[in-house]
Design a protein around this ligand. Sequence first.
Ligand code: PGA
Length: 253
Amino acid sequence: MRKKIIAGNWKMNKTVSEAEALSAAIKRELDTEAKVDVVLCPPFTAISAVSQAVSGTQIAVGAQNMHFEPSGAYTGEISAQMLREQYCRYVILGHSERRQYFGETDAGVNKKTVAALAAGLKPIVCVGETLEEREAGKIEEVITTQINGSLAGISEADLKNVVVAYEPVWAIGTGKTASPEQAQDVHAMIRGLIASLCSQSAADAVRIQYGGSMKPDNAAELLSKPDIDGGLIGGAALDALSFIAIVKAANEA
Ligand code: PGA
């Protein structure tokens, strides 16, 4: 059985004081018996404050990006080691907004994935097709390229620490959600790709989150599907009660 994982991707939202308030509210509301992994991914500037706010709880902290080098002349960048020092355990890599607005490629995501794993961070590697690609019947082609490129050369032992997030670009922040069946089809395909890339046991162990307008009212149905192992939540993660409602849905799934 794969343990479900619910992660909040706060994107470029929340100042330090707002982040402290949101994490404190989530901590207060979270059922101490939560059977799922819960991860908060604030902007870099609030990571330290959120780590402090949730210390001593089962809530983990993640970043939204990192550089693949450990240090050096890379103005504006942050390394895996820097994140580890702030008690980060996860890092989101290759989010579609980074691919779309910051030119991230599968090769770059692969370098970051390797570096994150070497530093002891669990990468949340994002893949997903655009609406045009879906309508052109290219889902399989696009996802295969992204998975094979982003996860190239990762060992079976390391793959068990990778989380994949399937986020159809057309569903992110749009209020349009993939139907549970549409999402399940792609999740099963991703698991098959990982089996071919590595092994069936690695594929069986990898957790695959769904992301794209997951909300309290659609979470339970999505999370009931056999290959949907959690959610990467954007908008609904900015509100403590909505986020907790999704965690509860995962707890019961
Ligand atoms: P959304 O974002 O829940 O606001 O659609 C999800 C994501 O981009 O990770």
